[in-house]
Design a protein around this ligand. Sequence first.
Ligand code: FES
Length: 116
Amino acid sequence: MARHRVCSTTEVDPGSFMATKAGGQKLLVFHLDDGWFATQGSCTHIFAPLNKGTLDADCGHITCPFHRAVFDVRNGLVQAGPSFPPGVQLLDGLRATRPLQTFPTTVDGDDVYVEV
Ligand code: FES
C-alpha cells in the first residue's frame, strides 16, 4: 500500500463525495460529519459506477444506481442487497453482493490522503 494525495479538504463539501483515481484504482472519497472515507468506485454486484449513486450523508450509506444495493461507506458493509427491478435478487444466486473495499483515509493539513 502507498499513500496518495487525492484532494484538498475544500474540494469536497461536507455530506458529499467525489470520484478519483489513486494507485491505479477508481475510488470514491466521502466527506462525512465524522470524517473522511474512501471506497472502491464500482458496485460489487455487477460493477455499476457508484459515482452515479445516491449518498445519504446522515447515515453514510450509498445506493447503487443500477439495482439499488446499499453500502455503508465507512466500512463497506452491505446494508441492503439489490432490490430493483423486481426479480433482480435472482442474480444473487449467481453473484452474491459483497462488501465494498475500503481504504484508510487521513487528513494532513489541507490535504486528504488514501492508502491504496
Ligand atoms: S450493480 Fe449495484 S446493485 Fe447491481
